[in-house]
Design a protein around this ligand. Structure first.
Ligand SMILES: [Zn+2]
Length: 363
């Protein structure tokens, strides 16, 4: 058996107004010059705090607008700019693709990886893995960086003002964390650092699931009203920290494999990662033989917060394309390249997807 392994970012800071901690944290990490990278709204969200705090902390900085896609060309461009301005840290200010670009560019040039998510829509911020896309928007590969971020800093005031669909998508991604880790552990999965799954990772993954069941609806209502509440605090922690630690030191299995497979269906590409993972999870639970109580609990949660529970809701329908998606999900080395689904049988995966859809249509 492989040794147990667990990895995580070095520091995690979260709170309403937490941006005020960015400059002091960078200073304590001995950062002298930071390159800030994000989309227009991501950079705008952090600008006031940067202009206010960085000079006093003696941290030089410059901004670069993110090109919009996490491609090899964009990663090289950001890495070259960071070298040109002698940045010893690259700060991602934005969502998953900007974060993945920054993590990869910083790892490549040996700069510190700093992540300031402005949405809580997926589990990328805390991880040492990045998704690299082709210029046409299809996925190219997962890049295993071998390094975790030095700092992940989340200002919940910013998250409260982001679109509610982003938070709900993050809940979909986070909801799968425990079930995938649990399935992975029963089947001897290898986690991202290349080891067996610790009890610690399982406990964090379980806390992630329980937090969502307890506070998911409250957090959604908070973001709908652009306010920060304890429920939002808890769910941001679940979406960003627990989900990231849980998937990376736990396991990614069929829910993520299906979310990737669904990309062969054009209409599914309009859905977010977390929405596809949520429906993939329902199919995975059926294939994994989950009992009525657990399945109903997950389905009820999806219905409660507005995550998809039928094929129609993810833009898919039974037929040849869906079969292709299931073949993709069941292929050896699927689901992000780590853990194949049980039996590795596309037909059984397809049956489970149709069964999940049938139950979703009933409830
Ligand atoms: Zn994910």
């Amino acid at each position: 058996m492989r040794p147990y392994m667990f990895i995580s970012p070095a520091r995690y800071v979260q709170g309403a107004g937490a941006l005020g901690e960015l400059a002091p944290q960078l200073r304590s990490l001995a950062v002298k010059s930071a390159l800030l990278v994000g989309g227009r709204s991501g950079l705008a969200a952090v600008r006031a705090a940067v202009e206010r705090d960085f000079p006093a902390a003696d941290v030089a900085y410059s901004e670069e607008l993110f090109g919009g896609e996490s491609t090899d060309a964009e990663i090289s461009r950001i890495a070259a700019i960071a070298l040109a301005v002698c940045a010893d840290a690259i700060v991602a200010c934005g969502g998953g693709k900007a974060i993945d670009t920054v993590k990869t560019a910083a790892a490549r040039i040996g700069a510190k990886i700093i992540v300031v998510p402005t949405v809580a829509s997926n589990d990328s911020p805390c991880s040492s893995v990045a998704v690299v896309y082709n210029p046409d928007g299809t996925m190219n590969r997962l890049e295993f960086l071998g390094r975790s971020p030095e700092l992940v800093l989340v200002d919940t005031r910013i998250i409260a003002n982001a679109p509610v669909r982003q938070l709900v998508s993050g809940m979909g991604d986070a909801l799968a964390t425990y079930y995938e880790a649990d399935m992975g552990r029963r089947r001897g999965a290898v986690n991202v650092p290349g080891g067996s799954i610790t009890e610690t990772a399982m406990t964090l993954a379980k806390l992630c699931r329980d937090t969502l069941f307890e506070f998911g609806t409250g957090a959604k209502i908070a973001v709908e009203n652009k306010v920060v509440t304890p429920a939002l605090d808890r769910v941001v922690e679940a979406n960003v920290l627990l989900s990231g630690l849980g998937f990376e030191s736990g396991a990614v299995t069929l829910a993520h494999g299906l979310s990737e497979g669904f990309h062969v269906i054009p209409a599914c590409r309009e859905r977010t990662h977390g929405e596809l993972v949520a429906f993939g999870l329902l199919a995975m639970l059926i294939l994994d033989g989950a009992g009525h109580a657990e399945f109903s609990r997950v389905l009820a949660f999806c219905r409660e917060v507005g995550l998809p529970a039928t094929l129609r809701e993810i833009g898919a329908e039974p037929g040849a394309l869906l079969k292709k998606a299931c073949e993709h999900a069941a292929r050896p080395g699927a689901d992000g390249g780590f853990n194949a689904p049980p039996e590795n049988d596309p037909e059984r995966v397809y049956d489970a997807v149709l069964a999940a859809d049938a139950v979703g249509r009933l409830i």
